[in-house]
Design a protein around this ligand. Structure first.
Ligand code: PLP
Length: 282
């Protein structure tokens, strides 16, 4: 039986219950992380948990955890559920308290919840590429926080679903921001362009890995905004996140991207990604 982490305890799934008035449930008042497991080990744990602690600080949530204690909890969860390849979801909310928009009293403990999933790497999609659509970015202006408030992202993803696409690439005032749950890149004349890390996008760890690879491989990586028109004229389009790694978009809004195949820069990033799997797992 798979176990779930509830407030530092590993419990059976059927016993993994949360209070009806938990602020995560009532207000979406919390933050989360999603990490990848490769060969029983956790990928870029340090980067993910540093980001989780940053998200917590940004919403003024005191979590009595460190990168090390969170990594230990995640390791226990992976071990007990015997995850070989898969993912770890971990969220922390501002705890359960009578419904009131104001923060609860400081003695209310945050609620921590974590679970794992087992699945392999998306090799088929990486080879073939995926289909994406574009849509208006209607999210709030603190997209840099990995918060539980995902309604804008959920609506964007469901819009993609309607068109049988795997992802919706969002744009705000004509500027491409990111996917519903991924960062987005346009490749033009051998240069990778992606939105700078500010309040309009989530600073992806996979984006960081791509940046490392670009440095290693001397691929120009420009953190500059670009327009929807620029995206549509790109040689290659890439999306990235912890689950899908580096994924080529071969069709956008029903039109072929470049020659309709996964492009050379995308393939180079995919190949080099393996080096970081080998060196960044704990
Ligand atoms: C988590 C997330 C990403 C990707 O981040 P990774 O750390 O690479 O998984 C991108 N955009 C949004 C909106 C996200 O929630």
């Amino acid at each position: 039986m798979t176990k779930v982490l509830i407030n530092e305890q590993l419990v059976e799934e059927k016993d993994a219950t949360i209070q009806y008035n938990d602020r995560g449930f009532v207000f979406g008042d919390g933050i989360y992380e999603y990490l990848r497991v490769y060969n029983n080990k956790i990928f870029t744990a340090q980067e993910h948990f540093e980001r989780l602690l940053r998200s917590a600080r940004e919403i003024q949530l005191d979590v009595n955890h460190t990168v090390d204690s969170l990594t230990e909890l995640a390791k226990e969860l992976v071990a007990v559920n015997k995850v070989v390849n898969g993912g770890i979801y971990l969220q922390i909310t501002r705890g359960s308290a009578p419904r009131d928009h104001r923060f609860p009293s400081p003695d209310i403990q945050p609620t921590l919840m974590g679970f794992t999933k087992s699945y392999g790497r998306p090799f088929k999609e990486m080879d073939q590429g995926i289909y994406a659509v574009t849509t208006e970015d209607i999210r709030w202006l603190r997209c840099d926080i990995k918060s539980l408030n995902l309604l804008g992202n959920v609506l964007a993803r469901e819009y993609a679903e309607k068109y049988n696409a795997s992802e919706a690439i969002q744009h705000r005032d004509g500027i491409v921001t990111e996917g519903s749950a991924s960062n987005a890149y346009a490749v033009k004349d051998g240069v990778i362009y992606t939105h700078p890390t500010n309040n309009y996008i989530l600073n992806g760890i996979t984006r960081q890995v791509i940046k490392w690879i670009c440095k290693d491989e001397n691929i120009p990586f420009k953190e500059e905004t670009f327009s929807l028109e620029f995206l549509k004229s790109a040689d290659e389009i890439i999306i990235s996140n912890t689950s899908i790694e580096v994924m080529g978009v071969t069709k956008l809004d029903g039109e072929q991207v470049g020659d309709g195949q996964v492009g050379p820069i995308t393939k180079q990033l995919q190949t080099c990604f393996n080096h970081y799997i080998d060196t960044k797992c704990v």
